[in-house]
Design a protein around this ligand. Structure first.
Ligand code: UDP
Ligand code: MG
Length: 305
């Protein structure tokens, strides 16, 4: 059986098309699938529409969260109830074409040794700024994780049940699932696809949500920011040693009292650098704090099984 997990947040305008198209795309599986839709605290009529579909087709299951937790948490909630031997993740706005699930599934079972098939984007249709930011993020992320295979890869994927169990062991609060799926190992392969435009409604991932997801990903999968800070600190130390020698020599040679501009320059430069580094440390402390608090990632209000 396949469990298809789809997170939804205020998507009432596209739910009918989403479900109809997905059911059609999964036709060849007969009754051997479940669609787990996670309502991530929608404040529109999404849940009413979902329950209507649920009534007509009991292969549709609905996980209703107690509030909006963000789509990484919503996916995770869906994974916890998935019962299939195979589990797939797909965005709910039809940017990920459901027809590809069968393609990915076939590729997955064609090799007994493959555990994960993910869909890699050949192209994406997003607004310019978003596309630029996403591209930058993927470039940096694949560099720091030394895994070029993760570039242009999102949540859209299918994997075996033990991969799902492994992903759920990762209890971190700052979650970035494509990174976790990659980190968990297993043998991975991919298909290529063109990412569609959202069919209706507007994106639920504001630029600020995107940036915070990108920071979660970077901070939780790399110590690069800390390393860079250490490196800059060393360079600064070297420069100041040269400066100190220069100051002492000037003193000895009796030409000391000058250099108002250079003094101010160094004060400005190094004090802003210090503040920046403190902010960077703050980012780590904030993330550590969130992990230590150990609050639940999500709370399920109701599972319409
Ligand atoms: N989503 C969610 N909770 C959120 C934000 C988004 O469940 O807080 C869902 C959303 O309904 C969609 C998927 O996650 O099905 C991807 O979101 P979106 O399409 O808005 O993001 P983008 O594709 O623009 O990155
Ligand atoms: Mg989208």
């Amino acid at each position: 059986m396949i469990s298809l997990v789809i997170p939804i947040y205020n998507e009432e305008v596209l739910i009918d098309e989403l479900i109809n198209r997905t059911l059609k795309a999964l036709k060849s599986f007969g009754n051997d699938f479940e669609i787990i839709i996670v309502d991530d605290g929608s404040s529109d009529n999404s849940i009413i529409k979902l329950l209507k579909h649920r009534k007509q087709d009991d292969r549709i299951k609905i996980v209703q969260l107690s509030r909006n937790y963000g789509h990484q948490a919503a996916y995770t909630a869906g994974l916890t109830v998935a019962k299939g031997k195979f589990v797939a993740m797909m965005d709910g706005d039809l940017q990920d074409p459901p027809e590809l699930i069968e393609v990915m599934y076939k590729k997955l079972i064609s090799n007994e040794n493959t555990d994960i098939i993910y869909a890699k984007r050949k192209s994406r249709k997003e607004k310019m700024l978003r596309r630029f930011l996403m591209k930058m993020f993927h470039k940096i992320f694949s560099k720091i994780t030394r895994g070029s295979s993760i570039e242009n890869v999102g949540n859209f994927s299918i994997f075996r049940d033990y991969v799902k169990d492994a992903i759920l062991i990762y209890s971190e609060k700052n979650r970035y699932l494509p990174g976790i799926r990659f980190h968990a190992g297993f043998s991975q392969d991919y298909i290529l696809f063109d990412r569609d435009e959202r069919i209706a409604g507007s994106t639920k991932m504001s630029i600020s949500k995107l940036i915070s997801l990108a920071l979660d990903a970077l901070f939780s999968f790399s110590n690069l920011p800390l390393r860079t800070m250490l490196f800059i600190g060393f360079v600064g130390l070297f420069i100041s040693l040269v400066g100190v020698i220069y100051v002492i020599l000037s003193k000895l040679m009796g030409v000391a009292p000058f250099g108002w501009s250079s003094t101010l320059f160094f004060i400005f430069f190094f004090s802003s650098l210090q503040i920046m580094f403190l902010g960077l440390l703050g980012e780590y402390i904030y993330r550590i704090y969130k992990e230590v608090q150990n609050r639940p990632l999500f709370i399920i209000k109701h599972f319409h099984e």
